[in-house]
Design a protein around this ligand. Structure first.
Ligand code: ACO
Length: 331
């Protein structure tokens, strides 16, 4: 499904935030039957960040948003839309975007949440871009923020080694320079919902003593099957980029894949004949941060000078739902 192509919007500012506390593989060795060697070899993760007890998703989101607004030179009062993409909101409602709005003092903004697990930020960029291009708003602040540690079962070694907490944000405005969204493809397959889910706590299985005893409020992951689907779907998305845009993968400066497993990233590069160095990797330091993964990697790439204005950058995402997406941008 090609959902949209060519949006004359640019990323005017990026920002990110990682909580201070580090959870290393050595720490996890003390918690479950695992080893630094296994985790590093099978996932590429060495450590991840964990939010303080007093920090919720909106707290991380606000810091990332302030950084992005400062870079864009936009004051909170002039923000017209806030889209928070998260699968770990502060509350079932109100939307985390409303909490971010008030913390920022962005009183003139339309705040709402978008939930698409690890694809959240990519879907949010497409939606924020569409708002701006349609003239609904002048700009959009798109945030990917997660506190996955709150929904991780630290007795389950198959999943607890993967996830970390973080937030990343982007300010979208109408293009004034060369920046644009050149191509975007997004999709999903709800029939594979069971691959990755938090079964308890919603309206289907509201909280009861039984759901708590069953640990139903924690993430359940069929890791091997998610891995297989991710490699296959991300591979298909990559092949379609040159077909749909006429732009060769060689001309793309940087690929920023959702950071879920370094073996997934290596595998899609190998299949597409892309040098591994073209894919940005920071999973070793942050783990899988779901919707925050792409914006924090992108912000880091810009800070390091790996990604510069005018460069072509390809975002790739795959996650719960299941959902997937690709977005080719000129930064
Ligand atoms: N430490 C040591 N051994 C382990 C661990 C661990 N932490 N976890 C699993 N094992 C063992 C298993 O018990 C199994 O042992 P067995 O063969 O004796 O039964 C063996 O290792 C292999 O297990 P697999 O599950 O097949 O391991 P795999 O190589 O597939 O790696 C992993 C598991 C890392 C979860 C991988 O499948 C993966 O990364 N999947 C993708 C998950 C993901 O990224 N999801 C992204 C979406 S997140 C979102 O949308 C919010």
């Amino acid at each position: 499904m090609k959902s949209l192509c060519k949006l004359t919007v640019e990323i005017a500012g990026l920002g990110s935030h990682l909580p201070e506390r580090v959870l290393s593989n050595a720490d996890l060795e003390q918690m479950v039957d695992t080893s630094d060697g296994w985790i590093t070899k099978r996932t590429g993760i060495r450590e991840r960040r964990i939010a303080a007890e007093t920090e919720a998703t909106s707290d991380l989101a606000v810091v990332a948003a302030r950084n992005a607004l400062a870079e864009a030179g936009l004051s909170p009062a002039n923000v017209e839309a806030i889209i928070v993409t998260t699968c770990t909101p502060d509350y079932l409602f109100p939307a985390t975007a409303c909490l971010v709005q008030t913390a920022l003092g962005a009183d003139n903004a339309l705040p709402y949440d978008l939930e698409a697990a690890c694809c959240g930020f990519l879907f949010g960029l497409a939606q924020g871009g569409a708002l701006v291009v349609a003239g609904v708003t002048e700009n959009a602040l798109v945030i990917g923020a997660e506190t996955l540690s709150r929904f991780t079962d630290y007795t389950d070694r198959r999943s607890c080694i993967l996830f970390g907490d973080a937030a990343g944000a982007a300010v979208l405005t109408r293009s004034t320079g060369t920046g644009e969204i050149i191509f975007c493809e997004m999709g999903g397959d709800g029939s594979r919902q069971e691959l990755l889910m938090i079964p308890g706590g919603g309206s289907r299985r509201p909280p009861t003593h039984e759901t708590v005893d069953n640990a139903d409020h924690f993430m359940k992951l069929q890791g091997r099957e998610v891995f297989r689907c991710a490699v296959s779907k991300l591979g298909e998305l990559l092949v379609r980029i040159p077909q749909e845009t006429g732009i060769s993968l060689d001309d793309i400066k940087l690929i920023i894949p959702h950071q879920s497993n370094v073996r997934i990233i290596r595998s899609i590069c190998e299949r597409a004949g892309i040098p591994e160095e073209k894919a940005y990797v920071n999973i070793d330091r942050v783990g899988n941060t779901s919707a925050a993964s792409i914006p924090i990697a992108m912000d880091e790439a810009v800070q390091k000078g790996v990604l510069q204005r005018g460069d072509l950058v390809l975002l790739l995402a795959f996650g719960g739902g299941i959902t997937w997406g690709s977005m080719l941008l000129r930064y």
